[in-house]
Every structure is written in structure tokens, then in C-alpha cells.
Design a protein around this ligand. Structure first.
Ligand SMILES: Nc1nc2c(ncn2[C@@H]2O[C@H](COP(=O)(O)OP(=O)(O)OP(=O)(O)O)[C@@H](O)[C@H]2O)c(=O)[nH]1
Ligand SMILES: [Mg+2]
Ligand SMILES: [Zn+2]
Length: 302
């Protein structure tokens, strides 16, 4: 068996890279085994170009979404999640919150990349994101088209998954970072204010420490298809609540131990919102995500 890095996934198929640089198309052995981009796996070769993933290596992290029916792996072994938003097409604040919660609850750092700052509409988006900066999230304004350096700096030395809705410019950023090799982007119709789904598989790209050097294995970036849904069913209420840095210090300070922060008297979270110390939108996301996860009996939760 040989060790390899998973660099592309689409359904049950994966492409892996061997230590000598060779790439193999692989299938996974058995239904139970689910490989994600970034996974280190043990493979056996079936022929020169194909192999079977026999075993997954231990993961330092796993970023995935889940609902009542299925789990969808996005990336393994990442050190950070970069949520990519843009003024056009308009991004969803709720989805951004789902990714931030998922990253934190998975023990992975989250950063927010604000793309397309060349557009005039970006000023309003930057204002809307000030809230997240106050909470301690790193917000990085950039333009994949005209100046991607601010993002490049945050990606060096890190293993990153880019996550975002369709049309936010994830692939454009990768094109800028790795050039020719990257997947193509297509022009979308801005008039319709809707993103055209371009990327259909998840892919890992290594980036070099200098624009002229070769990758050293320390930095890679995973591009994922745009997502419109992102379930957090694999987390418990407690895990979700703790993943809100603005509310986490208040947990346990409500009058009722099992407070759901809806309309209970002396709720510390509600009080923080009504006194203007915390955001009402953030509290509504917390309630929604917790209610969702509690409605699903499938997962064992603490
Ligand atoms: N003005 C401007 N347009 C950009 C910028 N970055 C990306 N775009 C455009 O936004 C559109 C979508 O870019 P993509 O990179 O395909 O978006 P994506 O996030 O990969 O989308 P999916 O693959 O569908 O998830 C393309 O038309 C890009 O040219 C930018 O910095 N400024
Ligand atoms: Mg894309
Ligand atoms: Zn409460």
C-alpha cells in the first residue's frame, strides 16, 4: 500500500496524488469509507492510472455539513475555513453564520474573505461585516480580479478550504493563486444578480511560498462547489451555542438552566440583545440552528 493525498472528489470518485507526484483515479473500498479532499489515504494500485482507497489516515479536522438524511464531507485536515462573500451576487448572512459556527464547533479557525472590492457595492458589504470583525473574526477585503495579495498572505502556511455560495469568486481566487492549473471560471450574468454554478467538484491546489517557486507542501487551498444549504445536524445545542463567540461568555447565566433563549425571563442572551450589546440577527441564527439540530433524533448529542 502507498500513502497518497486526496486532491479531488466528486461523489464516490477521488483523485489522489502520490508522493512522487503521480495522480491516480480512485474508488473507495466499501460504502462506509468516505474520503474528503485533504485526506491522507492508503491506496493500492489497480493499474498505472487507477487505484483503490483502502484506508483513511487519522484526521486533524473534518469540515462537513449534514441534515437528517446525509452527511456531505467538504474537506479534511484543514487549519482554517475561509468564508468567501461578495457584494454581487448578494451573499446570505445566514449561510455565513452557518459556516462560522461549523468551523468553530469543528475546532478550526474561520476567516472571512470579502471579494470584489473593486465594485462600488462593496462598501456596504464591508459595513455589514464590521460586526464580525468586532467579534474577533479576521475580515479580509480583496479582489480576485485586481488584487488577491491580501488573501494570498492569509493562505500561506495554512491548509484552507474556501467556502461560499456560487458566484462569490472562489475559483477566480484560485486561478489568481495558481494560474493555468486552476479550474476555469465562467462569466455570470450580473444583471440577474444570480451566480451560475460553475464548480462541480472539490479540488485541492498546492500553493508556492513565492510566486516563482514550487509548492513545499505546507500550503494548500481547497476549492469547493458553491453551496446554498448547509446543515449543522451533527452538532448538539451546546456545541452550537459555544460556537457563537458573542454569546458564549453568557452561557449558564440565564435564569433557567435549560433556557432556549426564546422569551424566558432573565435570559442573559436576550438581555444582551435588548441592551444593544449583541446582535438580534445573531441570536435568531443561534435559535434557528439549535432548533434545527434538536428536531433531528438521528445523531447522538450531548
Ligand atoms: N468584479 C469582480 N468580479 C469578480 C471578482 N472575482 C470573481 N469575479 C467574477 O465573479 C464570477 C464568479 O466567479 P467564480 O470564481 O466562478 O465563483 P465561484 O465562487 O467559484 O462560484 P461556484 O464555482 O459556482 O461556487 C465570475 O464572473 C468572476 O469573473 C472580483 O474580484 N471582482
Ligand atoms: Mg467555483
Ligand atoms: Zn437564555
Amino acid at each position: 500500500m502507498e500513502q497518497a493525498l486526496v486532491i479531488e472528489t466528486q461523489r464516490r470518485h477521488a483523485t489522489v496524488k502520490l508522493s512522487d507526484g503521480r495522480r491516480l483515479k480512485c474508488v473507495t473500498k466499501g460504502r462506509q469509507l468516505q474520503a474528503a479532499c485533504g485526506d491522507l489515504v492508503q491506496i493500492t494500485l489497480t493499474n498505472e492510472h487507477e487505484g483503490v482507497i483502502e484506508k483513511l489516515g487519522e484526521r486533524t479536522s473534518l469540515f462537513y455539513r449534514s441534515d437528517e438524511f446525509k452527511e456531505k464531507l467538504v474537506a479534511a485536515n484543514v487549519s482554517q475555513v475561509a468564508c468567501i462573500v461578495a457584494p454581487l451576487p448578494a451573499y446570505s448572512d445566514e449561510l455565513l453564520n452557518r459556516w462560522l459556527v461549523c468551523a468553530r464547533a469543528s475546532g478550526v479557525k474561520a476567516i472571512i474573505g470579502l471579494n470584489k472590492i473593486d465594485l462600488v457595492e462593496a462598501a456596504a458589504t464591508a459595513n455589514a461585516l464590521a460586526l464580525y470583525r468586532e467579534m474577533g473574526f479576521d475580515v479580509i477585503p480583496f479582489s480576485a480580479k485586481f488584487n488577491f495579495q491580501p488573501m494570498r498572505e492569509r493562505l500561506l502556511g495554512e491548509k484552507t478550504v474556501l467556502i461560499g455560495q456560487s458566484g462569490m469568486g472562489k475559483s477566480k481566487l484560485l486561478n489568481a493563486l495558481v494560474g493555468e492549473e486552476a479550474q476555469h471560471t465562467q462569466e455570470i450574468s450580473q444583471a440577474l444578480d444570480s451566480g451560475k454554478h460553475t464548480t462541480t467538484f472539490t479540488r485541492l491546489f498546492e500553493i508556492a511560498p513565492e510566486p516563482t517557486s514550487v509548492p513545499d507542501g505546507n500550503s494548500w487551498v481547497i476549492d469547493s462547489p458553491g453551496m446554498q444549504v448547509f446543515g449543522l445536524a451533527h452538532f448538539s445545542r451546546t456545541e452550537i451555542e459555544r460556537a457563537f463567540p458573542d454569546f458564549a461568555p453568557l452561557l449558564g447565566k440565564c435564569r433557567f438552566r435549560d433556557c432556549k433563549h426564546l422569551h424566558e425571563p432573565n435570559c442573559a442572551l436576550l438581555d444582551a440583545v435588548s441592551s444593544g450589546k449583541a446582535s438580534a440577527d445573531r441570536l435568531s441564527y443561534l435559535r434557528k440552528f439549535c432548533a434545527e439540530t434538536e428536531a433531528i433524533p438521528h445523531y447522538s448529542k450531548n
